[in-house]
Unconditional design. Structure first.
Length: 443
């Protein structure tokens, strides 16, 4: 594939966002059907307690990924948008090699941290000692598979279609593996091996796709220019540092409550919470899809659109996200209990009460999905970091105060923290947009 054919003509801002969301929804729709099926197989075949073990191992591994990986895709998108539009593949290639090197360093450090966590503190999570070794290797697999530099390459080139094809391998593979495991004999170890294998496969496929899209930029000769890349891209170190801590806080917010349930309430309670949380996050994953589609478009629009057009794009996407948030809550209220019964069986039906506050929290997250990309694209990346830190404090206080109510208390704490995040983000974005328009008008 020739490099100059990787750039497609862009539509208007909202049209391009909706096109990318359509691609993402198509892939995630397929993934949602597969995930409901394999989640049902997983929860029913393992039982509540072993499903709790699986959930705690998975959540711990995801938390380690968040701590050790650097979400370099955001850096690739923000600082790669201009060289991609100019077809400056040398500058883009140096940026790719810098971010890829950071990804590799993070994976190495993450494996060392994983060894300390699982072999030093596995008992605090009430993990069965037989699962410690497999939990460590599972975390290592996720750390190496979830490097985000190639994801950023695909997104900044506006090739969401290729990303969806690659990511469809995970749900399809997990479903097929689940069916085989049920026949052979369901164990926590076999499910973890299958999950790790398909994550690693997708990670490899992403790198292959990225190389096929921009082979000129991926050439080895662009390696070793880290210092020049940092000088050329003004503000890159600050942006990189802030987005790392912001994404880490976000991941701790998502995985921390489950780990708290496991620590305070035991493995079975963690299994119950996990299934409810999985459904809430599944319903609320639209926020993640929108963010992935919005940020690249905001990064381009910030440099090519007038202040009025940019503000209109922000208003349109915010209204769409807010409407989606209302739908999320209604789905949880009316479909939560039937879904839990369908997926997990009678043992999991009592998780319906947990699902409601978690879905309300997901709706607040969805309603605020445009805010973080907007603040990043306008040079205010520090604000999301500060606001997420505040939300995490609210979550921590809420868990300590409400954990005596059981898993539902933790769910309420999650909703309260996300409500605070939405309120403070809304106020912040309103002020930032006013200042942005004022500056543009004065020029």
């Amino acid at each position: 594939m020739e490099t100059d054919k990787t750039i497609r003509p862009r539509r208007s801002g909202l049209a391009n966002i909706l096109k990318n969301v359509a691609w993402l929804l198509g892939g995630k729709g397929f993934g949602a059907v597969c995930s409901i099926a394999y989640l049902a197989i997983l929860s029913r075949s393992l039982g509540l307690k072993d499903f709790g073990h699986f959930s705690l191992i998975f959540a711990t591994a995801l938390a380690l990924v968040a701590l050790a990986s650097f979400q370099t895709w955001q850096t690739v998108v923000k600082f790669g948008a201009e060289p991609v539009q100019q077809k400056d593949w040398t500058r883009f290639g140096r940026l790719i090699w810098l971010c890829g090197g950071i990804d590799v360093a993070g994976a190495i450090v993450g494996c060392l941290v994983a060894a300390a966590v699982f072999y030093g503190f596995g008992g605090m999570l009430e993990l069965n000692p037989r699962y410690i070794d497999v939990a460590f290797w599972f975390a290592c697999a996720l750390l190496w598979s979830r490097m985000t530099t190639p994801n950023g390459i695909v997104r900044v080139l506006d090739r969401f279609d290729l990303g969806i094809y690659v990511e469809a391998v995970v749900p399809a593979g997990r479903l097929l593996a689940s069916l085989v495991i049920v026949i052979v004999g369901p164990t926590v170890e076999r499910f973890l091996f299958a999950w790790a294998f398909f994550d690693l496969l997708v990670g490899l496929l992403y790198w292959i796709v990225a190389w096929r899209l921009v082979p000129e930029a991926m050439q080895r000769r662009h390696f070793g220019f880290a210092r020049d890349t940092l000088k050329t891209n003004k503000g890159l170190p600050q942006f990189f540092t802030v987005t790392y801590f912001s994404s880490t806080l976000d991941a701790l917010y998502k995985q921390g409550p489950l780990l708290a349930v496991g620590y305070f309430l035991g493995t079975s309670a963690a299994g119950l919470y996990r299934l409810a949380d999985q459904l809430a996050q599944g319903i609320g994953k639209l926020s993640g899809l929108l963010a992935r589609a919005i940020f690249p478009e905001f990064a381009v629009a910030r440099t090519t659109h007038s202040a009025d057009l940019f503000r209109r794009l922000v208003r349109q996407t915010t209204l769409i996200a807010a409407g989606g948030g209302a739908v999320v809550t209604l789905l949880a209220v009316f479909l939560g209990e039937p879904l839990l019964l369908l997926i997990g069986g009678e043992d999991y039906v009592r998780g319906a009460a947990i699902l409601i506050p978690l879905a309300i929290g997901a709706s607040f997250e969805l309603a605020s999905v445009t805010y973080e990309p907007l603040l990043y694209s306008t040079g205010h990346a520090i604000y999301p970091l500060m606001i997420r830190a505040l939300a995490l404090v609210v979550l921590t206080v809420g868990i300590v105060s409400l954990v005596h109510l059981g898993p539902i208390g933790v769910g309420i704490a999650v909703a309260c923290g996300l409500a605070v995040l939405w309120i403070v983000m809304s106020i912040t974005v309103r002020r930032v947009m006013k200042n942005f328009v004022r500056r543009e008008s004065a020029q």
